[in-house]
Design a protein around this ligand. Structure first.
Ligand code: FES
Ligand code: FES
Length: 166
């Protein structure tokens, strides 16, 4: 049995038929070919599958596809415009990307933080990214990259489907 859902992904409407037990990360990767969203643990522990749903960071491996019905989702593909998003540039420039597996989820988590707190302190950044595991960087460069985008008007460029926190 399949379920019909309507979901906006990166500003584009999609009408999909999904299995009720299919997860959002699988739909994004397998049905929409948005492979920028990475699947790690598959059980809500690593944060690599983070996307924004109605502006909030969520572990898309924990969201069943039917739960995305009527929602707006932004993946890492929706963040960049003609140029990489300032956070993407900062991560690259500050050395916060090594293998890069955590980067899409980490950057979307940072985006959600800066949307509600444009000038976060280090502890606030570390708290925000606590659910995003990185095996490579040791987090200092990640924090530095996010700090470098604080109070940047460039960061406030809306991403597709962006909504502020309620
Ligand atoms: S793959 Fe979703 S939290 Fe690890
Ligand atoms: S850069 Fe490799 S896991 Fe973060």
């Amino acid at each position: 049995m399949k379920v019909r859902i309507n979901v906006i992904v990166n500003g584009e409407k999609h009408h999909l038929e999904v299995k009720p037990n299919h997860t959002l990360v699988d739909v994004l990767r397998e049905e929409l070919s948005l492979t920028g969203t990475k699947k790690g643990c598959g059980s809500g522990k690593c944060g690599s599958c983070t996307v924004l749903m109605d502006g909030r960071p969520v572990n898309s491996c924990l969201i069943l596809a039917p739960q995305a019905d009527g929602r707006e989702v932004v993946t890492i593909e929706g963040l960049a415009g003609r140029e990489p998003h300032p956070l993407q540039k900062a991560f690259a420039e500050k050395g916060a990307i090594q293998c890069g597996y955590c980067a899409p989820g980490m950057i979307l988590t940072a985006k959600a933080l800066l949307d509600v707190n444009p000038n976060p302190q280090e502890e606030e950044i570390r708290f925000a990214i606590a659910g995003n595991l990185c095996r490579c960087t040791g987090y200092s460069k990640t924090v530095e990259a996010i700090r470098s985008c604080a109070n940047s008007s460039r960061n406030n460029r809306p991403s597709a489907g962006r909504k502020a926190y309620a």
